[in-house]
Design a protein around this ligand. Sequence first.
Ligand SMILES: C[S@@+](CC[C@H](N)C(=O)[O-])C[C@H]1O[C@@H](n2cnc3c(N)ncnc32)[C@H](O)[C@@H]1O
Length: 202
Amino acid sequence: MKLNLGCGDVAPPGWINVDNAVGARLRKLPVLGALSHRFLRCDWSPSILLHDLRRELPWPSGSVGCVYSSHSLEHLTRASGEGFMREVARILKPGGIARFVVPDLKLEVDRYVSGESDARDFLSSLHAVDTRDRPIAKRIYGLLSGSGHRCMYDEASLFGLMAAAGLSARRMAPFESAIPGIAEVERAPQTADALIAEGVKG
Ligand SMILES: C[S@@+](CC[C@H](N)C(=O)[O-])C[C@H]1O[C@@H](n2cnc3c(N)ncnc32)[C@H](O)[C@@H]1O
């Protein structure tokens, strides 16, 4: 079994794709779902399993082979992230693999300190503050697709979070993975400049 947790609009067949965005919930409704799909260009698949990742994951302990989670962990507070990581480790089989893709905090800070990015771009890269006025359609889309960042990670803090849950972590390159079919869920724009860690349950 392969899980894609915090899938957004990346919901390939062969994976159980999980999210709890308002847009994903709307998509389940016959009329509102069709309207949001057509007029707001909400691309959530109606097949998405609705679940809040801050809650206990709905799979038995030791039952899952692979977990993929791209640009979702940073949307949870540090405390919720710890709980989520423990849950991921709980449901994995021994030898099961969990792969996390998150924005690289150190990379963004280095770019700012070196002058490669200015203050506005740096703040924008954190997704923690609103730096631009956005047209109404984009604001509605933002409301439907979820919140900004509640935490950010560098390699040490992400590896530490994984290790505390019992996952031995290794840094990986985009599309380099022990997960079969990784190209089905991984996307080049999401992995460029990202921090990618893969952990194995001991
Ligand atoms: C930036 S999107 C990433 C989507 C996709 N994985 C990708 O890499 O393009 C973050 C996703 O995490 C989901 N998310 C955030 N907090 C969540 C939570 N507590 N439970 C379930 N999904 C959550 C959001 O709804 C959103 O779809």
